[in-house]
Design a protein. Structure first.
Length: 135
């Protein structure tokens, strides 16, 4: 069961798992106080402290983007179930890039983003990546 700050039971909207978005992220970067929640189908959604959904239950995972505290890597399985498609959402739950990448990683050595689109692997700064692929 889920309760508000006054300990009043609230409708849980099929929530089976609720974690702070950075609960297992080894970083000292302060992330916004958001939750990842999962339903019985193990689909993830992003929720704020007021327990309002910022995204629908549609992602396989929502992971903080290390060193960048207002973006999250999200993934969904391809229709054929073979692999994931990756994209970025912001702290408001808005998809800032389409879910079309075969990978998105943070290159900690040079502060850039490594990504794969189709069969092509590339590296860009965050600003260049967002300017190029922003929805």
């Amino acid at each position: 069961d889920i309760f508000d700050e006054n300990f009043k039971k609230i409708q849980n909207h099929e929530i089976h798992i609720l974690h702070l978005v950075d609960h297992d992220t080894p970083t000292t970067i302060p992330f916004p106080k958001l939750f990842t929640v999962a339903n019985s189908a193990n689909k993830r959604a992003l929720m704020n402290l007021d327990l309002q959904f910022l995204t629908p239950f549609k992602y396989e995972f929502i992971t903080p983007f290390l060193e960048i505290n207002n973006y999250y890597i999200v993934g969904m399985r391809k229709e054929n179930g073979s692999n994931y498609l990756f994209g970025l959402i912001n702290e408001k739950g808005e998809e800032v890039t389409p879910l079309m990448f075969c990978s998105i990683l943070r290159d900690l050595e040079n502060g850039k983003i490594k990504y794969c689109l189709g069969d092509k692997k590339s590296t860009l700064s965050l600003n260049d990546f967002l300017n190029t692929y922003k929805k």
